[in-house]
Design a protein around this ligand. Structure first.
Ligand code: C5P
Length: 227
């Protein structure tokens, strides 16, 4: 669980993962969601800068959850966490900011990896019309949204493939060829790996802005809602 972002767009004093959503820090909700899915045996969380001790104090002791320092960006944070993952048949990478992801999505991702897929992402269709817009605000083109999807986390991987993808990403960076990656499946694609999808869920939304946080709080307090 990379949780080391500052969450500048949220505009809070605390780093995003430590911001409370309906009374409970997002990172705790994310970890609870994974462990509560019944298919996750252990979690490695990367702490926001300078918050290692705070996060260790919040998370339950006992070795199921390990907290380590993150890195300067998401890739570095995931890489740092991977060093602390030992034996695993499946590795999930899950953004702390997607802390309301339903257990069914977690289970679907794990099951798909177990059927022999090296990289699995939850995906949802795009509802809006998409346009490519130039820096001056002018529309250059309308993008055909057929076949486009927004992807979420947790993303699931066979450990060898995820480690290979990260090793390449780090090597590329050192060689000055690094490209910014916003998800781990993208790193697998970059080494020629195949990525498949399972149905995502709107509740696995990434909480980024104050509006996202307000909507997520409304979801938590509303209880079950029709989709
Ligand atoms: O900033 P954004 O919301 O895209 O970050 C996605 C996830 O990556 C968040 O859970 C955030 O905490 C994490 N992240 C990280 N280390 C960084 C930057 C972001 O773990 N240096």
């Amino acid at each position: 669980v990379p949780a080391s972002g500052l969450g500048t767009r949220l505009g809070t004093a605390d780093p995003k993962a430590l911001v409370a959503l309906a009374g409970r820090p997002m990172v705790l909700r994310a970890v609870d969601g994974l462990l509560g899915s019944g298919v996750v045996d252990g979690v490695v969380v990367t702490a926001p800068p300078g918050r290692l001790a705070v996060l260790r104090g919040l998370l339950p002791p006992g070795g199921v959850v390990v907290v380590v320092d993150g890195g300067v960006d998401r890739v570095e944070s995931v890489h740092a966490a991977l060093r602390h993952v030992d034996e695993a048949s499946v590795i999930l990478v899950h953004d702390a900011a997607r802390c309301l992801c339903p257990a069914a999505v977690v289970r679907a991702v794990v099951e798909k990896v177990r059927t022999g897929h090296d990289a699995v992402v939850p995906a949802i269709g795009v509802a809006d019309t998409l346009k490519r817009v130039g820096p001056d605000g002018h529309v250059d083109a309308t993008v055909d949204r057929t076949g486009l999807a927004a992807v979420q986390t947790p993303q699931g991987f066979s450990p060898e493939v995820l480690r290979a993808a990260h090793a390449r990403a780090v090597a590329d960076r050192l060689a000055g060829r690094g490209v910014p990656a916003t998800d781990d499946a993208g790193l697998v694609e970059a080494i020629g790996g195949a990525v498949v999808t399972v149905p995502g869920d709107p509740r696995a939304m990434k909480i980024t802005t104050p509006l996202d946080l307000a909507m997520a709080e409304a979801l938590v307090t509303a209880g079950p809602v029709p989709r």
